[in-house]
Design a protein around this ligand. Structure first.
Ligand code: ZN
Length: 270
């Protein structure tokens, strides 16, 4: 009788432990790198800073890296090849986002096909330790491109409607200062922006990461962190070059700025 009782207790305990581990989200880290934009701050300069960033990130050993668009300043076979050659040295997965310099301010069939052939998909989703990362093509929100914008938005709405926590990534910030500001060069038109913010709020989106502004933007909309990071090419706000290191735990999601080290040209104090 006692033996039977013990056995039952062990089974119950095992079941309890298993359900605990299944529910508990594992902590992880990743890097948000913005606008390496080879050729914007001087071609050689940007090649060197991007190489330094790769080296430094490899030492930090995050789970993966996301590059928030504007991979090069002038897209061409050679600039994309240079970018890919440096990117190859990452010792962890590296996910790319398409920026206006990569696919054009108003993308078209030719520019999108060129990007997809050279760099791969311009929008996709991946999972990491209980989180869903949705990488978007924000140029298709900024512009209404025949067939492409509609297809992309349909995909996004379907992808965002899953119960797990999510981080959405794009090149353009949704807004710069206020969620109801007018459209300008750096943001998403107000109509589309509000649709997106509402979708984020209704579907467990924890953060939206972007680049493009070449300035740090840290906004919060209904507890959704909206973060635009420093670049490795040129920062308009005179901040040092570098990237953001994110730590995600079951209860918190934090990010820190990490300046590029051993970079002699970077004289700006921080
Ligand atoms: Zn841009």
């Amino acid at each position: 009788m006692m033996f039977r009782f013990n056995k039952l207790l062990i089974i119950l305990l095992l079941f309890f432990c298993m359900s605990c581990t299944q529910k508990k989200q594992q902590p992880f880290s990743f890097v948000q790198l913005s606008d390496p934009q080879l050729g914007m701050g001087g071609y050689e300069h940007d090649v060197n800073t991007f190489k330094l960033a790769v080296k430094q990130i490899n030492e930090l050993k995050p789970d993966f890296v996301i590059i928030c668009g504007d991979l090069v300043h002038h897209r061409s076979d050679s600039s994309f090849a240079d970018f890919l050659e440096i990117k190859k040295d990452f010792k962890m997965p590296c996910y790319l986002v398409a920026g206006n310099h990569d696919i054009g301010k108003v993308p078209n069939n030719t520019s999108l096909t060129y990007y997809r052939e050279k760099l791969g998909k311009d929008y996709y989703q991946f999972n990491h330790k209980g989180y869903s990362f949705i990488v978007t093509n924000s140029l298709l929100w900024k512009n209404n491109i025949e067939k492409e914008s509609e297809k992309h938005y349909k995909w996004f709405k379907e992808t965002v409607r899953k119960s797990n926590p999510k981080i959405v990534v794009g090149h353009f910030p949704l807004y710069i200062k206020n969620y109801d500001e007018q459209e300008e060069y750096f943001n998403i038109p107000p109509g589309k922006r509000m649709e997106l913010l509402n979708l984020f709020a209704d579907n467990n989106v924890k953060a939206y990461l972007s680049g493009h502004k070449h300035e740090v933007l840290i906004n919060n909309y209904k507890n959704i962190q909206l973060v635009t990071g420093e670049t490795t090419s040129k920062n308009f706000d005179k901040r040092p070059m570098g990237f953001r290191y994110w730590e995600v735990s079951p209860d918190t999601m934090k990010h820190y700025f990490i300046p590029l080290q051993n970079f002699q040209l970077n004289k700006v104090k921080h």
